[in-house]
Every structure is written in C-alpha cells, then in structure tokens.
Ligand binder design. Structure first.
Ligand code: GLN
Length: 541
C-alpha cells in the first residue's frame, strides 16, 4: 500500500460523503448506515460532520430551523446528524467530531492573533484547509475507518474550503486509502414517465470542477433505478457501473443498512479501500428489522411539548421511544399534543384519554408549561405512566409541590423571577458556574441511584452516567424535605449529593422525571433502559 510521506495515519481509511442536487437526501443516514455496515465487518469506525455554516456551534441555532441540538458526552452541542452516527454505530462522538466553518475560522484567527503563523499571510489555502485536515486526523487515531460527512451541497460557496481540503487529503493519503461517496437525486418526472439522470450528471460535473472525482455514487430515488439507467449514469459520470447505487426510500431508517448491503455498497467500498472482504455479520440488524415489521401489539404515547409540529427538534426522543418499542416487540404510536392547548385544564383528560403513557420532554421558555403541568397532574392522579425529561422533570416537581405538598405559588425561576416557592432555580445558586465553564450544565455527569427505585430496576445498576443540557436545577436544600414528606422520592443524585437527577412517585405504575436527557444514548440495537421501562409500563407488559 502506498502512503504519502506527508501524513502518518497508520492504516486508517477515509470515506468522504458529499451531496449534490439538493439537500435533505439523507446524507447523514447514508453515512451512518455505511458506518454500521463497516462496523459489522469488525472494523473500528467513527463518523464526523463538517457543516459549512458560520455559527461556531449549533447550540444557539433555532431548533426550528436546524432540528435538534444533539449533546455528546464531552458536552458539545452538535448537529442532529451526530445522533444518527451514534445510533447506527458504537463509537461515541465528541466535540472533535463536529466542525463548522465558524469553528475553523475561529481557531485560525486565534492562532493568527497569537502569532502562530509568524507574520505570514493567512489564507483559505493552506491555513483554513490545513485546519480542516488536522481535525480529520484528530479523530482518526486508533480507527480503521473514518467517515466524514460534508454538510450542504456541492456548488454552495460555503462548502468550497471543505471540498478543497478533502481533495488535498485524498491526494496525501493516496489511492486505496480514501474514497468519495457522492449522494445525488434522480427525480421521476411524471409528464415524461421517466427517471432523470441529468441533475446527477451536473452535480458530478460540479464536483469534478473542484478536483474531486466520485468513487461511488449513491443516487436517491423514489423508485427503483433500472440497470440501464445506472449504466448511463456510470458512463456520463465516469465511474464503473458497479459503483452506482440506488438509495431507494426505505420504510424505516433502520432498513437502510440492509438495503445498501443488498446492493453491494459496503463490499464495493471495502474493495476500493483494500479492506479484507469477509462480509459483515448483519444478524442483529436483520433481527431488528424483523421486530420492527412484526410488532405483537401497539401502545399510544402522548408527547406534551411546545411547538410539537417541529418534529425534527425531538429527533432523539422519538427514536428512543421507537427503540424501546422494538426491544419490547410493540409498535409505539406517538400522539403529539401541543401543551398550550391544554392550558385550561378541562380538555386535558379528553385529549389524553386515548394515550397509555404521557411524556413531557425537554424545552426552554414559559410557553406551554401550564399545559405540561396539567398533563402531569392528569398522569399522577389517573395513574397513567409518566416520563418527564429535563423541563418535564422540573415541571413534575413544580406540579407535585403545588398540588400535593400544597405549596401555592411554587415555580421555576425560569418563569417567575421571584415565586413564593423557588422549587427550581438557577444552576449558579448551587455551584460556581466558572467551575462548569458556563451557565449551562452540559455533557455527561455521573448519578447514583437508590436501590429498588424505578430507575434502579430499569438500569439494573446503581451507578449511571447521562448527558445534560440545562440551566436550572432542583432546589434541594429548601424543598427536598417537604416534597419527600408529601411522597416524592429522590432516587437519583449526583455522587456528592449536590444535584437532584431523578424524582419518582413510588405509589404509581410508573412516574419518573429525570434532569438529564437519556434519549441521547438510546440505540435501535440497545434501547435505553428508562425508555424501555416507561414504554413497558404504558403497554401494560
Ligand atoms: N429550561 C430548562 C433549563 O434550562 C430545561 C432545559 C431542558 O429541558 N433541556 O433548565
């Protein structure tokens, strides 16, 4: 194997995933699926995302524009594609697995200010492109394959430095060590009754103008692409016919790895990268698909949240609920309930009557919180299984304080600067935020569980670690004794006892609120224990 002397990356191989024609083709799912297939061959695989926008990270971007903010163990607030990567593969992502143009420029400008470039003219090539290449090398350590997804579409002004960086990278690591998988769209034109290859040809032309040549084409289409059209695409795009794949729409995203494998995508990539081709063990994925397709029953869960029409901003949550269903062999039917519509109380029971479980997810801002509290009261009184996550846990504590411990005016200081009872208050009232590096508790924190609680029974362990993203906390010193006396159990605490992480009502089929976001760690092949316990209780299993 020939290696350029400029880079010493051991035997790590690289797959660069680019997209053309239009966005929303499912590049993230395609990259993650290829990751799953390569991992199923026993390879150590990691995935990273390069986003061409100028925001330094997606943490402050509107989830309505950008979908969910996914949180890693080390506290990076990232694009939701990192969630797909973690769900499809087993290597955890970190802040090094996500970069944006903003982050890259920020680093380069800081270096320039420090004098690192010794007064040289600082330019996109080589300084920005070098910085991009060095981020790829950072995640490559000990990996067999690194899959790098470039956000946006070829031809965007913003993507150019990233594409130039991959062009250089491919050259430096040499043939057989890096491939470019390009995703395009093959539309079906009704009037002509035909699938059209022209947009793909244009997009490849655009890519080649930038000095990149696709090694593999994945052509998304709503229907089967016939062999002769694949051959035509191969001819016009200058790839071999066996390098053109049709990424047809799948019923479940978890079917995508199997569909791509059936077409031979992973075998082709393995051949191009000179990887030993002894085929993947996909038995777990086949078994999963079988469970997805043949549920033994179904259960209806209400998600009571704010702006529930923006479902992309609840991506990990809905996936985690489905994973739990796959594990239990039931299909989970989600009913989205706009919390603001429940504010007046009377309609709550009617809106939630057909649901066997109620979930209040995380969120920011006062909007909808009255309705969330109404739904929690309904779940508590009518003994409907309840799961509150982050804001959901805080609202469950407020509901309990108001309606069971009879602390009138109990609230979170997020919604009322000076409530009669500050049950939930700012993080900085508990700890020095300088120590945490900000006003937000972000990333993984350990938590100790009380024996025989719902949480302990679910996890089967007394020590866990989960990811956080919030500014407010339970005011333990003032309110724990009073709420405990009224029947609320504090079953999960940080090891030093500072933070309340889980509250439960023991005298209930399932009532649990957690300050962390368990949904970020759920995978289809390893459903999260809390989601499993909640869905199980809801389904009456
Ligand atoms: N708004 C609440 C806080 O900042 C809850 C955040 C969340 O649900 N992620 O603490």
């Amino acid at each position: 194997m020939t290696r350029a002397t400029t880079m010493d990356l051991g035997s790590t191989k690289f797959v660069f995933v680019t997209g053309g024609v239009l966005s929303s083709l499912g590049k993230g799912i395609a990259a993650a699926s290829l990751g799953a297939l390569l991992e199923a061959r026993g390879l150590k695989v990691t995935l990273m995302k390069m986003d061409p926008y100028l925001n330094v990270d997606p943490g402050t971007m509107s989830p309505f524009q950008h979908g969910e903010v996914f949180v890693t163990d080390d506290g990076a607030e990232t694009d939701l594609d990192l969630g797909h990567y973690e769900r499809f593969t087993s290597v955890p992502t970190t802040q090094n697995h996500t970069i944006t143009t903003g982050k890259v420029y920020n680093t380069v400008i800081q270096k320039e200010r420090r004098g690192d470039y010794l007064g040289k003219t600082v330019q996109v090539i080589p300084h920005i492109t070098d910085e991009i290449k060095s981020t790829i090398k950072k995640v490559a350590k000990d990996m067999d394959v690194v899959i790098v997804e470039i956000g946006g579409t070829v031809g965007d002004i913003e993507s150019q430095p990233f594409l130039e960086a991959i062009r250089q990278f491919k050259l430096e690591v040499g043939a057989g060590n890096a491939v470019n998988m390009h995703l395009t769209y093959v539309p079906f034109i009704k009037a002509a009754g035909e699938l059209k290859s022209k947009p793909t040809q244009h997009s490849v032309k655009e890519l080649r103008a930038l000095g990149l040549h696709p090694d593999v084409l994945l052509c998304r289409a709503e229907r089967e692409i016939p062999r002769d059209l694949k051959d035509k695409i191969a001819l016009f795009c200058s790839v071999t016919p066996d390098a053109v794949f049709a990424g047809e729409d799948a019923r479940s995203i978890y079917e995508v790895p199997l569909k791509l494998h059936a077409e031979g995508l992973d075998a082709k990539v393995a051949r191009l990268l000179n990887l030993v081709d002894d085929g993947p063990d996909l038995s777990k994925w086949h078994a999963l698909l079988d469970r997805i397709r043949n549920p033994k029953g179904s259960v209806r869960i209400a998600i009571v949240g704010k702006y529930v029409e923006f479902k992309e901003s609840y991506k990990s949550l809905t996936e985690a609920l489905h994973h739990a269903g796959y594990g239990l062999g039931v299909s989970v039917d989600l009913k989205w309930v706009e919390a603001e519509e429940l504010e007046h109380g009377e309609g709550t029971a009617a809106q939630l009557a057909d649901c066997q479980g109620i979930l209040v997810p995380g969120g920011f801002g006062v909007r909808g919180t009255r309705g969330m509290i109404e739904s929690i009261r309904h779940a508590r009184e009518k003994k409907v299984p309840f799961f509150g996550i982050c804001l959901g846990m805080q609202m469950a504590s407020v509901e309990f304080a108001r309606n069971v411990a009879l602390l009138e005016g109990a609230d979170s200081t997020e919604f009322d600067d000076n409530p009669r009872h500050r049950v939930i208050f700012k993080l900085r009232e508990l700890v020095d935020v300088e120590e945490l590096g900000g006003t937000m508790r972000l990333g993984a924190y350990p938590c100790l569980l009380e024996e025989d609680s719902f949480a302990h029974r679910a996890y089967g362990s007394t020590e866990i670690s989960e990811r956080h993203r919030h500014r407010y906390e339970f005011n333990q010193a003032e309110y724990r004794p009073r709420l405990e006396e009224a029947g609320l159990a504090f079953t999960g605490l940080s090891p030093d006892g500072t933070f309340v992480e889980i509250v439960e009502i023991p005298d209930h089929p399932f009532f649990l609120g957690c300050q962390f976001h368990p949904e970020f760690k759920s995978k289809p092949l390893a459903p999260h224990p809390l989601f499993t316990a909640f869905v199980k209780a809801s389904a009456g299993l």
